[in-house]
Ligand binder design. Structure first.
Ligand code: MN
Length: 452
C-alpha cells in the first residue's frame, strides 16, 4: 500500500519541509477533496481528490473556473497523503514546491461516472465545498495533462479570484508566508464602529513598512486589550517573552537589578505583539544600542478642556516658532487624543541634558506667553491653558509611537502630518482606514530619520 506514496516521499526532505509524511488511509464512505492555493515559483492551485486512501492530485495553473467555456489545464502530479488536506504553511525555498500553501477550499466530492472510476479516463464529479460546488469534469488529453471544465448546473457562478484568504484559518497568503499567525481574528475590540482583532492586525500589516523605521530598535511599552475596549486594558512596560520575534535587552534598575525590556526589529515582531493583543505602542526617545543617548524629543500639547481647537493650533505654531528660532527641525503628528505632538530629532549625550533641554523649551513657552501655556503638569495650573508636556523626555518614559492606534473610541491613529495640514486635521480624526489611505502618499516625515 505504502508504495502509493513513494514518489511523494522521494521528492521531499522531511527534515526541511513541514509538509506531512503521511500514510495511506483506509477507505471511507464519504470522499474528501481539497484545493490548495500554492504560491510557488509559479502561482497555481492544487486540486486533490481522495481516492483509495490517498489524494489524487492535479496542479491547475489558472485555478478552477465557474465559466463553462473555460478549459483549465490541470497537470496530474504524484499522489499526496490523505493528511495533506490539512496542510497550510510554507515550504522552504529551494525545496520541492518551495513557497506558500493556503487552504483554498475543502469539502466532499462524489464521482458521477457510471460504473467504476478509472483515473486514466474522463471523470465527471460533484464538488461540495464552501467555494467550489456543482458538477465538474476532468479530461485526460496528453500524458499528465488534463483539462478541468465546469459542467452546466444551477450553481452560482463566482469569480474564484475573489477568495484571497484561507477557507479554514482566514489568513491571507502574506500572513501564512510570514508565519503569523492570528488567534481569535473575529474577537470584537470595539462595537461602534465594529472593529475586530483581525481589522487591527490587517491595519498594522498594511502600515508596518511606513511605521517600522520610526519604532524599530526603540524599547517599547504596549497597551494590551485582550477582551475589547469595554473590558480591562493593561499597560505593559515589561513584555513577556512569548513573542519570540521581539528583540530583548537587559537594563539595570535603580537597585542595579537587571530587568528585561523589549523592542521591535521587524514586521514579525510588530505583528507578533498584535497577536498578543497589544494594540497601542509606546516607545523610548533613544534607540538600541545607544539607549543612554536620546535622539527623539517629544512635546505633547495637552489642552485644558476649555481650550478650543484653534487656540491649541496656535500653541503648536508658537512652539514651532521657538524651535525654528533655535534652528531645530520639528515634525508634527496627531496624538489620536486631544492634542498634537511635536517631535524634534536631536541627538544628545545624556538623558539629563536631554531632559533639561526639553524642560527649558517648555519654560520658555510659559515665560513668553504666561496666559496661554504652562510647563507644570498639575491640573490646577493648567486651567484654560495648554500644558506643554516635556516630561516624557526622561529615561524610561515613553510616548505613543507614530502610526500606533489609540485604545479609545473609534480607535484613532497617532498620525504624522505635514506642517501645512495642522489647520486641516483634528487630533483624533484619523481612523485606521484614513491612515491606510494616507500612507499611500509621500511620507510627511521623510527627512526625520536623516537627522538621527
Ligand atoms: Mn502545488
Amino acid at each position: 500500500m505504502e508504495k502509493k506514496l513513494q514518489e511523494y516521499k522521494k521528492k521531499r526532505n522531511f527534515k526541511k519541509t513541514t509538509e506531512p509524511v503521511g500514510k495511506v488511509k483506509k477507505n471511507t464512505q464519504k470522499l474528501r477533496f481539497v484545493v490548495q492555493h500554492h504560491l510557488a515559483r509559479k502561482d497555481h492551485y492544487d486540486l486533490r481528490l481522495e481516492w483509495n486512501g490517498v489524494l489524487k492530485s492535479w496542479a491547475v495553473p489558472k485555478g478552477p473556473s465557474y465559466n463553462e467555456k473555460d478549459k483549465r489545464l490541470a497537470i496530474q502530479v504524484e499522489d499526496h497523503p490523505y493528511s495533506y488536506r490539512n496542510f497550510e504553511g510554507t515550504i522552504p525555498k529551494g525545496e520541492y514546491g518551495g513557497g506558500t500553501v493556503m487552504l483554498f477550499d475543502e469539502g466532499y466530492w462524489e464521482p458521477l461516472n457510471k460504473g467504476k472510476i478509472n483515473f486514466k479516463k474522463p471523470i465527471k464529479f460533484l464538488l461540495k465545498g464552501k467555494r467550489l460546488k456543482g458538477k465538474w469534469t476532468l479530461i485526460p488529453f496528453k500524458e499528465e495533462n488534463w483539462l478541468l471544465i465546469k459542467e452546466k448546473d444551477n450553481e452560482l457562478k463566482v469569480d474564484i479570484k475573489k477568495f484571497t484568504t484561507s477557507v479554514r484559518t482566514g489568513k491571507t497568503m502574506e500572513e501564512i508566508a510570514n508565519g503569523y499567525e492570528l488567534s481569535s481574528p473575529e474577537k470584537i475590540i470595539s462595537t461602534h464602529p465594529k472593529i475586530t482583532k483581525k481589522d487591527i492586525f490587517e491595519y498594522y500589516e498594511k502600515i508596518a513598512e511606513r511605521m517600522l523605521p520610526y519604532i524599530e530598535k526603540r524599547i517599547i511599552s504596549t497597551i494590551r486589550c485582550p477582551n475589547g475596549l469595554t473590558k480591562e486594558i493593561f499597560f505593559k512596560k515589561h513584555l513577556e517573552n512569548k513573542n519570540q520575534a521581539l528583540g530583548k535587552i537587559k537594563i539595570p534598575n535603580e537597585k542595579k537589578e537587571k530587568e528585561d525590556y523589549y523592542y521591535i526589529e521587524d514586521k514579525k515582531g510588530l505583528l507578533g505583539e498584535v497577536q498578543m493583543n497589544s494594540y497601542e505602542f509606546h516607545m523610548w526617545g533613544s534607540s538600541i544600542p545607544k539607549i543612554n543617548q536620546p535622539n527623539l524629543m517629544v512635546f505633547d500639547l495637552d489642552p485644558d478642556e476649555k481650550v478650543n481647537l484653534s487656540t491649541l493650533r496656535k500653541g503648536v505654531k508658537d512652539l514651532k516658532s521657538i524651535l525654528d528660532d533655535l534652528h531645530l527641525p520639528s515634525f508634527l503628528k496627531t496624538s489620536g487624543g486631544k492634542g498634537y505632538h511635536i517631535i524634534v530629532p536631536i541627538k544628545m549625550k545624556s538623558w539629563k541634558e536631554f531632559r533639561s533641554f526639553a524642560k527649558n523649551i517648555a519654560k520658555l513657552m510659559e515665560k513668553k506667553w504666561p496666559d496661554a501655556y504652562t510647563s507644570n503638569m498639575s491640573k490646577k495650573k493648567r486651567k484654560n491653558k495648554i500644558f506643554i508636556d516635556w516630561v516624557r523626555n526622561t529615561k524610561g518614559a515613553t510616548s505613543v509611537a507614530p502610526y500606533s492606534i489609540r485604545l479609545r473610541k473609534n480607535l484613532p491613529v497617532s498620525m504624522p502630518l505635514k506642517w501645512s495640514e495642522l489647520d486641516k486635521v483634528k487630533p483624533n480624526e484619523i481612523t485606521m482606514e484614513k491612515a491606510i489611505q494616507r500612507v499611500k502618499r509621500k511620507d510627511p516625515w521623510e527627512d526625520l530619520l536623516d537627522y538621527l
